[in-house]
Design a protein around this ligand. Structure first.
Ligand code: ZN
Length: 216
């Protein structure tokens, strides 16, 4: 009797559920399939063996999900605003995201903390999470992801200040190359009062880091 080579992720076929949050990007599926077959041949594998038969299609469809934000303008999530006389910090902490390092096409995953000090314009909290998601789902570098989020808040909401801190683990660091297991990369982008005023800066960074257990 032969054991099935199908692992749990092999059940990820065309009938699987689409991500609920964002529709997959319109990618050239057959072209990715051809490229993946080429990679398998190039590394000395046999793309015709049973376990690999559907792999090019699975990879193509997973790329469509990972690139879901590539042709999107995440700033659109900030266009529905409420006009509130609220002059305290709005902070959404621990927004989980998954992105793809554009240098190695390997995942980097972590959490974003996003804050702004409104000047009359406020958005729903879920919009901050969608903003992060939209910029994460594309080939990225963490530094750019961080600044894009802070700059989008400044451009769309004209707040008194905006801040984004991202903590992430890069698999291109942890599973290959330097193999720095457990190392966490932290980036920050501070705008407006959070950049200019030292006490506002320390206040927002304290809020972002308080009660954190150091896990990404
Ligand atoms: Zn990388």
């Amino acid at each position: 009797m032969t054991m099935s080579s199908r692992g749990s992720c092999a059940d990820d076929d065309a009938s699987d559920s689409k991500p609920a949050d964002m529709p997959p990007a319109p990618v050239d599926i057959p072209r990715i399939e051809r490229a993946v077959r080429e990679i398998l041949i190039a590394v000395g594998e046999n793309p015709a063996r049973e376990g690999l038969l559907k792999t090019p299609n699975r990879v193509a469809r997973s790329f469509a999900e990972l690139m879901a934000g590539l042709h999107d303008d995440p700033k659109r999530h900030l266009t529905t605003v409420f006009h509130e006389r609220y002059d305290e910090v709005v902070l959404l902490r621990d927004i989980e995201f998954h992105s793809l390092c554009e240098h190695h096409l390997l995942p980097f995953t972590g959490r974003a903390h996003v804050a702004y000090l409104p000047d009359g314009k406020v958005v729903g909290l879920s919009k901050l999470a969608r903003l992060v998601e939209g910029y994460a789902r594309r080939p990225q570098v963490q530094e750019r992801l961080t600044t894009q989020i802070a700059d989008a808040l400044m451009e769309e909401l004209n707040p008194i200040g905006a801040a984004c801190v991202i903590e992430a683990v890069h698999t291109c660091m942890t599973i290959r190359g330097a193999k720095k297991h457990g190392s966490i990369m932290v980036t920050s982008a501070l705008r407006g009062i959070f950049k200019e005023n030292p006490s506002s800066r320390s206040e927002i960074l304290t809020l972002m880091y308080s009660e954190k257990n150091g896990k990404v």
